[in-house]
Design a protein around this ligand. Structure first.
Ligand code: GUN
Ligand code: FE
Length: 425
């Protein structure tokens, strides 16, 4: 088992007492073995971290790696037009190779900006390519093929038969769930109610229980989307998902902006999880999710950049900053402070994925998913009593990330991402 020592870091542990401590981290294999001051241990690899900030890797609970190549597409359209006119035709044109490069570039970009775990949604076809890229990139991911068996607007190339969609999902699940030493997991991804038959959704409910995996979908993102669901199913999104028995603790809803009181009650009572995507919600003019209210209700909330073309970025530093700023505008300066936002980006995401015992904080026994930030150019350096939460949320950028470990592996070092060298892409 390889041992690594990160020496003399300023650790923002994100543990339950939110301790910020100076010291060393000993990594054995893929886990954090020990934390302490001046550890007297021999390690095969030593990373000098003096004056640097060590954070848990970010956990993004909603991305689309297959969309990384689609940036700058129709930046001024709202969701449904953007999907119909640009994104769906582009997804339909994807091939094995383009999905692979899209996922590989997306994974590299995520790692470069400190994200170590994602909940990802692919497109209808070529999902093996995305999993191959994830496997090679070193990223920790829960991912799955998108499911779309309904809707006249969906291009021919993305239309599936219900049985085929289910069979292909199960084939992928059996091949990839638990792959790469447990770093890769599968999730069923019915895209949204708009593109799914009830038969498909009911089968996803049963199969996800049978296999013990997550269900990842979009819900209540856009008022046009909600109107389509109401006209088609006679109910609001979350009420419908509950009606067919899908509102369960393994369900993760991206966006959840336009929830009414009944939908909030269902989410809370059924243990459904939510992902907030502030950059995407602003750029697609979808709206502002009431995250402080959801958090006050005890609903687990994570943070995600959504697909690259939703906000032209996969950078969690930008998402954190936007998440904090838009709530200040909506609810005042105390609505969501830097600590709560940093929590969303780390432990919040871990809880949404049910991985709170494995990732999201720096604690002995947890998986070694870590990022080291080089904040030396801050003019307050080396003042150790700075408000580190505020500095990271409001001032740090992805350019400050120097080193990233996932599963104990150095996937980025000296600002170079291992898989973005010429050998791979
Ligand atoms: N709803 C259904 N599909 C999508 C997608 O690809 N992106 C976003 N933002 N919302 C969706
Ligand atoms: Fe999305």
């Amino acid at each position: 088992m390889t041992t690594k020592l990160i020496r003399d870091a300023i650790m923002m542990t994100m543990n339950t007492t939110d301790d910020i401590v100076r010291g060393d981290v000993l990594i054995q294999g893929n886990r954090i073995a020990q934390i302490g001051r001046n550890l007297q241990v021999e390690a095969e690899v030593t990373v000098e971290a003096r004056g640097r900030v060590l954070l848990p890797g970010f956990v993004q609970t909603h991305v689309h790696l297959c969309q990384t190549l689609f940036r700058g597409q129709a930046d001024d359209l709202e969701l449904i037009d953007w999907l119909r006119q640009r994104i769906w035709p582009l997804e339909a044109a994807h091939n094995e190779e383009s999905v692979y490069y899209s996922a590989m570039l997306g994974a590299g970009e995520l790692i470069r900006s400190g994200t170590t775990t994602v909940l990802d949604m692919e497109t209808v076809h070529h999902t093996d390519s995305a999993f191959r890229a994830i496997e090679q990139s070193g990223l920790r991911a829960v991912s799955g093929k998108v499911m779309m068996d309904y809707g006249t607007e969906v291009p021919l190339g993305l239309q599936e038969k219900t049985a085929d969609s289910l069979a292909e999902s199960v084939r992928l699940l059996e091949k990839w769930h638990g792959a790469a030493g447990g770093r890769i997991s599968y999730a069923f991804c019915p895209r949204f109610v708009v593109s799914c038959t009830e038969e498909l959704l009911v089968n996803v409910r049963d199969l996800s229980e049978q296999y013990g995996v997550k269900v990842h979908t979009h819900a209540s993102e856009n008022r046009g989307e909600i109107a389509i669901v109401e006209a088609d199913r006679g109910m609001r999104n979350v009420v419908y998902l509950d009606h067919i028995g899908l509102a369960r603790p393994n369900l993760i809803l991206a966006h959840s902006i336009w929830l009414d009181e009944e939908e909030k009650r269902i989410i809370r009572e059924r243990g459904v999880k939510v992902t907030h995507c502030p950059g995407s919600n602003l750029k697609l003019a979808s709206g502002i999710a009431d995250v402080p209210e959801m958090m006050a209700l005890g609903i687990p909330v994570g943070l995600g950049a959504d697909g690259a073309p939703c906000n032209n970025n996969l950078d969690m530093f930008q998402e954190m900053r936007l998440a904090a700023l838009i709530q200040k505008v909506k609810h005042g300066p105390m609505a969501m402070d830097a600590k709560s936002v940093l929590r969303l980006a780390t432990m919040g995401g871990a809880e949404v994925l049910g991985m709170e015992d494995e990732i999201g904080s720096i604690e002995p026994g947890k998986l070694a998913d870590l990022q080291l930030l080089d904040l030396e150019d801050f003019h307050t350096y080396p003042s150790y009593d700075a408000d580190w939460h505020s500095r990271v949320v409001y001032a740090a950028t992805r350019g400050d990330v120097d080193t990233v470990l996932i599963n104990g592996e150095l996937v980025m070092q000296g600002k170079t991402v291992r898989t973005l060298d010429k050998a791979h892409v």
